[in-house]
Ligand binder design. Structure first.
Ligand code: S3P
Length: 169
């Protein structure tokens, strides 16, 4: 089995994913990281040089390469669920866990970071609210289990994910 983490930028997919992997003895894989490794440049550079559609193609390719994998905790880029073909692959990989956070919390978590091209805009807070509103139904539909992370620490979110996975058997 694998565990798939989805959710918006700043939802904690990487931090939680690493910890969940540690606790379950699974391997942690992050699609953004795989894409950067393969491309040899950063995601910001990919967006700048080739645009978002090209990046989305790389996401789908990366995911296809992972299908058939076992014992992974997979953290996905925040936009991975935008393509229904990606969601299909994610669901085949294993239970899909949505890490949810409200826009204010996301903004607080990411405001000092600079590596997210979609948020390099004049008003990132408004941008987060807009994108999140658009994506909310897509995230919720793709998810088998949702953790509202707003008031939780990484350790607490990890515990919820691990409990969920263990109870699934
Ligand atoms: C994106 C999220 C980013 C990264 C890219 C696009 C998005 O990943 O894939 O900047 O569309 O939400 P994180 O969610 O890991 O920040």
């Amino acid at each position: 089995m694998n565990i798939v983490l989805i959710g918006f930028m700043g939802a904690g997919k990487t931090a939680v994913g690493q910890k969940v992997a540690e606790e379950l003895g699974y391997k942690f894989v992050d699609t953004d990281e795989l894409i950067e490794k393969t491309a040899g440049i950063s995601i910001s550079e990919i967006f700048a040089a080739k645009g978002e559609d090209y990046f989305r193609d790389l996401e789908t390719k990366t995911l296809k390469n992972l299908s058939g994998s076992k014992d992974l905790v997979l953290a996905t880029g925040g936009g991975m669920v935008l393509r229904s073909e990606n969601v299909k692959i994610l669901k085949q990989l294993g239970p899909v866990v949505l890490l949810w956070a409200d826009p204010e919390v996301i903004f607080e978590r990411i405001k000092n970071e600079t590596h997210r091209p979609l948020l390099k805009v004049a008003d990132p807070k408004a941008e987060i609210t807009n994108i999140l509103k658009f994506r909310q139904p897509i995230y919720k539909k793709a998810a088998d289990f949702v953790v509202a992370t707003d008031r939780l620490s990484v350790a607490e979110v990890t515990e919820k994910v691990v409990d969920y996975v263990k109870n699934k058997g």
